[in-house]
Design a binder for this molecule. Structure first.
Ligand SMILES: Cc1cc2nc3c(=O)[nH]c(=O)nc-3n(C[C@H](O)[C@H](O)[C@H](O)COP(=O)(O)O)c2cc1C
Length: 192
C-alpha cells in the first residue's frame, strides 16, 4: 500500500462533540468543542482548544471554570448551531431550548440533555499558535442514572444507550458510534 504525504495537518478522528458551558445559571453560553482530550487520571484532567476570536475563551479565562457536556445524536442540530454562532450575538440556551441545570461545585451550569457532564476548574492556560489551550481539572461528574448498569459504578455506563455525536475533523461530518467489537486490555493477549 502506498502512502500519500501532506506535511503538517490537524487531522485526527473520531472526536467527541462536546458542548462547553461558561458563565452562571443567570447568564451562560454554550460553545461546541471537538478538540478535547483526557490528559491525566490522577487528578482527572482534560484539555480543550478554544479559539481566541470567540466569546468562550475570554469567559474561561475570566471565570476559571467551565463544564464539558457530551452531545448526543438527538441534539445534533442544536450542537451544530452552538458551533456556528457566538455568545457575543445571542443567547444559545434560549435559541436551542437546551436546559441548564445547576452544577454541584462550579458556577457554570451543566446541560440536562447531555448524558455525561464534567465540571471543570481551570488549572492551566496556554496559547498554542492562535488558540487557547485550557487544562481543566474535573471536579465533579454527572451521568444520567438510567444509563448506568450499576448506579454505584461510573464505569458501568450502558454505551448502547448513549448515542454520542461523533465528529470527523477534516471531512467535517457527524457520525454515530459503531458496535462493540472487542474488550480493550484483553483482546491483545491473544498474541502473548
Ligand atoms: C463540530 C464543531 C466542532 C468545533 N470544535 C471547536 C474546537 O474544538 N475549538 C474551537 O475553538 N472551536 C470549535 N468549533 C467552532 C466554535 O464552536 C465556534 O467558533 C463558535 O461559534 C464559538 O462560539 P462563542 O463565540 O460563543 O464562544 C467547532 C464547531 C463545530 C461545528
Amino acid at each position: 500500500m502506498m502512502k500519500t504525504t501532506f506535511g503538517p495537518q490537524g487531522i485526527l478522528f473520531p472526536l467527541p462533540t462536546t458542548l462547553v458551558v461558561t458563565g452562571s445559571m443567570q447568564k451562560a453560553n454554550i460553545v461546541t468543542i471537538a478538540w478535547v482530550s483526557l490528559l491525566t487520571s490522577q487528578p482527572p484532567t482534560l484539555g480543550i482548544s478554544v479559539g481566541q476570536k470567540g466569546f468562550s475563551g475570554e469567559e474561561i479565562k475570566k471565570n476559571r471554570e467551565f463544564t464539558v457536556n457530551i452531545a448526543t445524536t438527538d441534539i445534533m442540530v442544536e450542537s451544530d448551531f452552538c458551533g456556528i454562532t457566538s455568545g457575543k450575538d445571542l443567547d444559545k440556551f434560549e435559541k436551542t431550548g437546551l436546559t441548564k441545570l445547576p452544577s454541584n461545585i462550579v458556577q457554570a451550569p451543566i446541560i440536562k440533555e447531555c448524558p455525561l457532564n464534567l465540571e471543570c476548574k481551570l488549572i492551566e492556560s496556554n496559547i498554542v499558535g492562535q488558540t487557547n489551550h485550557f487544562i481543566g481539572e474535573i471536579v465533579e461528574t454527572h451521568i444520567d442514572t438510567d444509563k448506568l448498569g450499576d448506579s454505584e459504578n461510573p464505569a458501568s455506563i450502558i454505551i448502547d444507550s448513549f448515542n454520542p455525536l461523533i465528529y470527523i475533523s477534516g471531512a467535517r461530518e457527524y457520525r454515530t458510534l459503531g458496535n462493540k467489537i472487542g474488550d480493550a486490555y484483553k483482546i491483545g493477549k491473544k498474541l502473548l
